[in-house]
Write a protein that binds this ligand. Structure first.
Ligand code: AMP
Ligand code: GLY
Length: 425
């Protein structure tokens, strides 16, 4: 089968790496890709949201599967565009319809879905400009910390956790009156703060059946010891030590099954990955968010750990045999550590020259590219998160140490990475 992966980050490099190993993969294209994907498949200069350009490309190259990396094309209706087009509708699009992608695209929609289907989540209320004063009163009486979420997509910056009422009121005003995120913050969800360790769980579904394809813990803060600003993710580990069979069974019974049943009941067309962002509240997992895609950098650890052929899983999702697939995971531990450009998540420079080491044959390490671009023979930085170095080890510590050893040999001006990924385990 000919496969097109949309996106340009570490997640898409990991997807390309995994898909390229499949016996079912003939030609592999990545749009737009990065300097890493270029060595596995063919990079194509088409934007992830340019559906008409993708149409021409898919027709010319007889594409059979489109795997959508980021959320933007999904929320903008890529699935519906392909399915409404006579030339494209036979293509397997890995991603939900725009209606179902609202689970990620609208926090308010996701909350209503969870309440309706009895899925455990934080208590919440929502406000707009129309009941702004009520919102202020609600905040003033709320326990601390308090969580404010812009309803729509806000490039990962739409969540504010405040430890004082003044700060929360200022953030609320900025979102609703100051239109901080435009239309995305015209509605704000105010939520109870949940205490516990976060874990990301991933399933592949056709809206009826599902398979859990992995889980990971993401380290979101820029600084060691989980301090400083929030980022897209600075590293991940998988498996997560506390996510034993008993815990995963609770996740499956109380969250995953009710979610898939909810999709069915609400006629939400969904063929793709579901990312359950959970908090483990003393053994009781609750949903803090749904995403309708894989995570980044979670993908960089869950796909190396997944031994089953991903393309076979996707084909089974499409033809309704997903539950028959025997899914296998490595017994080893996996860690990825993200190298970022100095200044990230604030301003940072681009187009710095990267020097990469050769990986010793005895070491199971992969350097996934995130924000990189190739220029002549050089590899240059092209984003805040530049590389994700994933290793496999007999223990989590061994995996982390392997990645750190390689990171010490990678250089670009201002390189920064956390040395404490997996510190609490
Ligand atoms: P999101 O943009 O939805 O991924 O949220 C960003 C981060 O805010 C999450 O990864 C959590 O660390 C945190 N967060 C979101 N909702 C809650 C909550 N209800 N309680 C505690 N932390 C939360
Ligand atoms: N690593 C979190 C995300 O992909 O949203």
């Amino acid at each position: 089968m000919n496969i097109l992966i949309l996106g340009s980050g570490g997640r898409e490099h990991a997807l390309a790496w995994k898909v390229s190993q499949s016996y079912h993969c003939d030609k592999l294209f990545i749009a737009p890709g990065n300097a890493g994907t270029k060595n596995i498949g063919t990079n194509v200069t088409i934007a992830v949201t340019d559906f008409p350009a993708q149409k021409n490309f898919c027709k010319e190259n007889k594409i059979d599967i489109v795997i959508v990396g980021p959320e933007e094309p999904l929320v903008k209706g890529i699935y519906d565009f392909y399915k409404a087009d006579d030339d494209l509708k036979r293509i397997i699009v890995v991603g939900p319809s725009a209606a179902a992608a609202q689970l990620e695209g609208s926090k308010s929609f996701a909350k209503a879905f969870m309440y309706k289907h009895g899925i455990p989540t934080a208590a919440c209320a929502e406000f707009t400009a129309d009941n702004y004063e009520k919102g202020r009163a609600y905040i003033a009486e709320h326990t601390l910390p308090i969580v404010l979420k812009a309803d729509g997509l806000a490039a990962g910056k739409g969540v504010v956790i405040s430890t004082t009422h003044e700060e929360a009121l200022a953030a609320f005003e900025e979102m609703i009156i100051g239109k901080q995120f435009g239309e995305a913050s015209s509605k704000v969800v105010i939520e109870e703060f949940l205490t516990g360790i976060e874990i990301s769980v991933f399933a592949l579904t056709n809206g009826k059946d599902y398979q859990i394809i992995g889980h990971a813990k993401d380290y979101k803060r820029i600084g060691e010891g989980d301090t400083g600003l929030n980022t897209g993710g600075m590293g991940c580990v998988s498996p997560v030590p506390f996510a034993d069979d008993a815990f995963m069974n609770i996740v499956e019974e109380t969250i995953i099954k009710p979610t898939i049943n909810g999709l069915k009941e609400d006629n939400l067309e969904y063929f793709g990955f579901v990312f359950f962002g959970l908090i483990n509240c003393d053994g009781k997992p609750k949903v803090i968010e749904y995403n309708c895609r894989l995570g980044d950098p979670e993908t960089e650890v869950i796909l190396p750990r997944l031994e089953t052929d991903l393309v076979a899983l996707i084909a089974a999702m499409d033809n309704g045999t997903l539950e028959d697939v025997n899914i296998n995971f490595s017994e080893n531990s996996f860690a990825t550590i993200v190298a970022v450009s100095g200044g990230y998540p604030g301003d940072y420079q681009k187009h710095l020259t990267i020097s990469l080491p050769t990986i010793p044959a005895e070491q199971d390490t992969i350097i996934f590219h995130a924000g990189t671009t190739a220029k002549d023979d050089l590899i240059l930085t092209n984003g805040g998160r530049v590389l994700a170095v994933t290793s496999e080890g007999k223990t989590l510590k061994e995996a982390v140490d392997f990645s750190l050893t390689i990171l010490q040999q990678i250089s670009f001006e201002g390189i920064y990475y956390r040395k404490d990924i997996g510190f609490e385990f």
